[in-house]
Design a protein around this ligand. Structure first.
Ligand SMILES: Cc1cc2nc3c(=O)[nH]c(=O)nc-3n(C[C@H](O)[C@H](O)[C@H](O)COP(=O)(O)OP(=O)(O)OC[C@H]3O[C@@H](n4cnc5c(N)ncnc54)[C@H](O)[C@@H]3O)c2cc1C
Length: 465
């Protein structure tokens, strides 16, 4: 049994944990990070990065297929394209591998010690790690729990056989002929859209009244329209009951029909993610919980002294950039800096077709909060750059306080609008007013001009509409 002591121990090397360890290393803290699986966590290995690689490959394939079908208004014609999914997955794995090596190199640069194995708490200062070469005890002055989240299963549809999670969907060797996606949230729709573009016949089953229920109907309408164009069937108010006896179909109950049978060679269950709060000795600690999550304060402190928690294990929004921002902050707090969570907004991007991006409050949320607002909306149909990209669907919407024009939220749906997350978030973080956005010269021709025009419109003086 080997023992080491350090200033900071980070449990879990997802985006929260590895960013925390890198920043701690930069600050000269003697840091150890323990990872049971692969550096980069869900985000890098089975989440953000591989899903976007698959989505991009599917988009390219679909684009060329449409050209081959003589449907390109650009005047390009091609013969029918083919796709070799094994090569696509190998390309995606190559990107993931390069990024993982980058994380390892950054940790090394910060002199962070990496211990590979599953960590188990013995007490609030000590963790035992089952490594390939035996038990490693790590004692630390401060510990960060960054154990992340895992796909949630449905009791009636446990993972196994044809029932797969998002992780398995990203590593398939063959495109399923008939794919049923259970759960119409962002992960299910991103992957469902990609597989539809790759040629699968896709059905989405959603228990609530509409897909992407976390967004308002106006934002999701263009996505629903595109899904229909791709031939994706969506069943809303529908509950998955289980697999057929032969395992070749999903049985579903809708409002209208009790027994709907959806033939499927794969059933992708994307009904959310659950925090990883078991299996690492939580019972040895005295952590207050917040529902299924670890309760934290504005410095990511748990109820135990010098024990911090960050990322998905601490609650919504379960997003990689929130985990990273928390990780960076906690490293600085442990190094003695005065920091607390003072973020005004966390942007969320949904890589459907078209994409959706949201920051801050929607008009509905502002109304629920009792705020009087001004709203300006500008359609991409009036934006030159969007037209040149065949991306006229969608809009940018800006929400500002009625009394002083301070921007409270920005939402957009449209072609590649995830790239607008940065200026939107910046506007909120810097406390911009409508006049600041309207008065900033936005390069022409870009889709960002729609942001400026939305602000102008909220001020009653839009120029291009
Ligand atoms: C398909 C998919 C697409 C996604 N797309 C996006 C996106 O576009 N944008 C976005 O912001 N987010 C996206 N997410 C969510 C994002 O991946 C998570 O929010 C993010 O990974 C959370 O980071 P984390 O550091 O909290 O935890 P995780 O990434 O879950 O990492 C936790 C790590 O801890 C390790 N661990 C757990 N227990 C132990 C233990 N006892 N000992 C040692 N190690 C342990 C795990 O092995 C894991 O590597 C997506 C997720 C999925 C599944």
């Amino acid at each position: 049994m080997k023992e080491i002591s350090c200033k900071l121990l980070v449990v879990g090397a997802g985006p929260g944990g590895y960013v925390c360890a890198i920043r701690a290393g930069q600050l000269g803290l003697d840091t150890v990070i323990v990872e049971a699986n692969r550096l980069g966590g869900a985000c890098l290995n089975v989440g953000c990065i591989p899903s976007k690689a698959l989505i991009h490959a599917a988009e390219e394939f679909d684009r060329t297929r449409r050209m081959a079908a003589g449907k390109s208004p650009l005047g390009i014609s091609l013969s029918a394209p083919e796709i070799d999914l094994v090569k696509t997955v190998a390309w995606k794995d190559g990107i993931v591998g390069r990024l993982r090596s980058g994380v390892a190199a950054l940790l090394k640069k910060g002199r962070v010690k990496i211990v590979v194995g599953a960590a188990k708490f013995r007490d609030g200062k000590t963790v035992a790690v089952e490594t390939e070469t035996g038990l490693q005890i790590v004692r630390a002055e401060a510990i960060v729990i960054a154990t992340g989240s895992a796909p949630a299963a449905l009791p009636a549809l446990p993972f196994g056989g044809p029932v797969i999670s998002s992780s398995q969907a990203l590593a398939l060797a063959k495109i399923p002929q008939k794919l049923v996606v259970v759960g119409g949230g962002y992960i299910g729709l991103e992957l469902g859209t990609a597989f539809a573009k790759l040629g699968a016949s896709v059905t989405v089953v959603e228990a609530l009244a509409r897909i992407l229920p976390q967004y308002d109907a106006e934002l999701t309408r263009p996505v629903a329209k595109r899904l229909a164009e791709l031939g994706v069937r969506t069943l809303t108010n529908a509950k998955a009951k289980g697999l057929s006896a032969k395992g070749d179909a999903l049985l579903v109950e809708t409002r209208e029909e009790k027994d709907v049978r959806l033939a499927a060679d794969k059933v992708l269950v994307t009904v959310g993610r659950k925090p990883v709060t078991e299996g690492w000795g939580r019972e040895e600690l005295a952590l207050d919980m917040d529902g299924p999550f670890i309760r934290i304060d504005d410095r990511c402190r748990t109820s135990m002294r010098d024990v911090y928690a960050i990322g998905d294990v601490t609650g919504e929004p379960m997003l990689a950039h929130r985990a990273m921002a928390q990780g960076e902050m906690v490293a600085e707090i442990v190094a003695g800096h005065k920091r607390s969570w003072d973020k005004r907004a966390i942007a969320a991007a949904c890589f459907t077709d078209p994409e959706i991006v949201t920051v801050g409050l929607s008009p509905e949320e502002a109304a629920r909060a009792g705020l009087a607002v001004k709203v300006g909306q500008f359609p991409f149909a009036a934006n030159g750059r969007a037209m040149t990209k065949l991306g006229e669907e969608g809009f940018v919407r800006i929400v500002a306080r009625a009394d002083n024009n301070v921007v409270l939220g920005v939402q957009a749906v449209g072609c590649e609008v995830s790239e607008l997350a940065a200026p939107f978030a910046l506007a909120l973080e810097m406390g911009a007013r409508l006049e600041d956005v309207a008065g900033t010269i936005h390069a022409h021709p870009t889709q960002g001009e729609a942001f400026q025009e939305a602000a102008l419109r909220a001020l009653g003086r839009a120029l291009h509409i």
